[in-house]
Ligand binder design. Structure first.
Ligand code: B12
Ligand code: SF4
Length: 498
């Protein structure tokens, strides 16, 4: 069968596509896990953000797919629905499958009559479910035996039982197939980048995170041989930077340290690595872990700080993962210690913070922004966003704080909730205003590491960072709010990918 898999073109403020274009790890994993006689093509539409329609038309014409699959996050739902319409016009007999966080956590959005445009929904992990679905389609068999699948049956949708999460240690999930990619241009500031998984899952339950509703609280690692083979494969396909997309690699610090050592021993430490991490394990084991990370090539650590105020950490259910313990005692917040270890070992902190929580005052937001200004290298500051199935969504809904139901704006940097004391627009304005200068401050570091890219794109980088501002803004002849209003208008226009 001919299978064409798409990830959506939608990007968000912290990841401008001219500078950062990451592959979607799910699609290559699906491509690696269908039976080998199928022809699979993977198209990451982030690579062609400026010409989505033409690219989709071309690929559908050239590849004549029997099955089209889409990987969708919530803020990409509107684009996905438009894309499905386009694919159906081009190839009416095609079978359409959706998967990923949005279809898994809000399947009704894809089965209701007005949007009932899909044939199948793969809920949760997709590797084995999709393999079995393609087999069933090929053999003309029914679908009632496929766990994790929802399918159309006459005029209704049947939802099969959920599929238990994969153990990952039995080799059932094969390596991703990067050769299936049909578009090029993955980049992190001009350096080709790829994604690699070393584990799946997390045992925490932060109230803003979709992971628990998606797969429950569990942690499953891949064997090192497989991880190293995956990194090698990414490098053989041209990658010079790797983003480890594990949900929470720091759950098992000893394993993470051993992995760093294995990367060094395998000679794979000539790549730049970025990883997501919790503060507590880094604070507690930094002495042993961070020098190894540095040696292994880790450059950026995306730190889940979430918030610096205890009451907000409680609301976000993120207190435990930020709690520093020494000699069996709780000795305060782990963030500063973790940041100190990262900096001492010449790595940079991408500071993940969430501002605009229900009880936030202006002062509470300001305190977090001031913290970011002082301690983090690159701000990744977001607003709490009520994604389907997260506990936080119920909290915001019960308190009547959700002010925006346009899901295409649920990209994390648009404030779609207000607090009890601060309007959504005001929280976003405060964040936006502070963000720009922090980003500017990091540009010399980027210049030293990737001089050609930064010199060539300096103008674009600056104009993206200060979008909306004009000479009048910098000369103080107009209020920053006028620039913010223009920024919001541009952002809105950008969201029309099709
Ligand atoms: C890595 C990651 C990123 C990376 C890379 C994204 C990329 N290009 O892949 C970066 C940092 C760029 C990123 C950014 C964002 N992310 Co992100 N990210 C993740 C993370 C940590 C891991 C995703 C991953 O690659 N997993 C490994 C792959 C193999 O697993 P998978 O994607 O789940 O795919 C499996 C199944 O879902 C399914 N599947 C997926 N697609 C399809 C398609 C088909 C056809 C089928 C059959 C099956 C299928 O099968 C796959 C294999 O089993 C998750 C989860 C988490 N714990 O936080 C969040 C997560 C996906 N991100 C999220 C969000 C919101 C974002 C942002 C909008 C804002 C933000 N919070 O940072 C931006 C927007 C990105 C953009 N497009 O501009 C949310 C999505 C919530 C939602 N309901 O939509 C998540 C769940 C985190 C959360 N807050 O809960 N993200
Ligand atoms: S620690 Fe990270 S992955 Fe785990 S629940 Fe919290 S935000 Fe999600």
């Amino acid at each position: 069968m001919n299978i064409l898999l798409f990830s959506m073109p939608d990007s968000f403020e912290h990841m401008p596509a001219f500078a950062i274009r990451l592959p979607n790890g799910a699609l290559t994993s699906l491509a690696g896990n269908v039976d080998p006689h199928h022809r699979v093509a993977v198209a990451d539409l982030i690579l062609v953000q400026e010409r989505v329609r033409q690219t989709v038309e071309r690929l559908v014409r050239e590849l004549a797919p029997d099955v089209v699959g889409l990987s969708v996050m919530t803020f990409q739902r509107r684009t996905a629905i438009k894309l499905i319409d386009l694919v159906r016009q081009l190839r009416p007999a095609v079978q359409v499958v959706v998967g990923g966080y949005d279809p898994s956590l809000a399947p009704e959005a894809y089965t209701d009559n007005h949007t009932g445009v899909v044939d199948f929904i793969v809920r949760g992990e997709g590797d084995i479910t999709f393999r079995e679905l393609v087999r069933a389609l090929e053999q003309g068999r029914g679908y009632d035996h496929i766990a994790g699948l929802s399918y159309r049956h006459s005029d209704r949708f049947v939802h099969n039982a959920a599929r238990p999460v994969s153990g990952l240690d039995d080799g059932a999930i094969r390596l991703p197939n990067r050769a299936a990619r049909v578009l090029t241009g993955y980049s992190a500031l001009g350096r080709q980048i790829d994604v690699v998984e070393t584990s799946r899952g997390c045992t925490f339950d932060c109230s803003f995170c979709s992971i628990i509703a998606m797969r429950g609280r569990n942690f499953h690692p891949y064997a090192f041989d497989r991880v190293l083979a995956d990194i090698r494969d990414a490098r053989d396909h041209g990658a010079r930077a790797i983003f480890l997309v594990d949900d929470n690699i720091t759950l098992n610090v000893r394993r993470f340290a051993a992995l760093c050592q294995a990367i060094i021993d395998a000679g794979l430490h000539d790549l730049d690595y970025t990883v997501q991490a919790m503060t507590a394990p880094l604070a507690q084991h930094g002495e042993m872990l961070t020098p190894l990370m540095h040696q292994a090539g880790f450059r950026y650590v995306f730190l889940g700080i979430e918030n610096i105020l205890d009451e907000n950490l409680t609301f976000l259910r993120a207190s435990a993962k930020n709690q520093h313990r020494a000699h069996g005692q709780q000795v305060g917040n782990a963030t500063l210690k973790a940041i100190d270890y990262i900096h001492r070992h010449k790595m940079y902190v991408i500071g993940g913070l969430i501002v605009g929580n229900p009880d936030d005052t202006r002062e509470a937001i300001d305190a977090n922004l001031a913290f970011a200004r002082r301690y983090v290298d690159w701000p990744y500051i977001q607003h709490p966003t009520p994604y389907p199935g997260t506990p936080m969504t119920n909290d915001f809904r019960d308190r009547g704080l959700i002010i925006n139901e346009h899901l295409e704006e649920y990209d994390g940097t648009t404030a779609v909730v207000k607090t009890e004391h601060v309007a959504a627009d005001e929280a976003e304005y405060m964040r936006w205003k502070a963000d720009r200068w922090m980003k500017l401050r990091h540009m010399p570091v980027a210049l030293c590491h990737d001089p050609w890219f930064v010199l060539k794109h300096a103008h674009k980088m600056l104009s993206h960072t200060f979008r909306g501002a004009t000479l009048k803004t910098f000369l103080g002849l107009e209020d920053d709010r006028a620039a913010f209003a223009r920024f919001k208008e541009r952002r809105k226009a950008e969201r029309e990918y099709l």
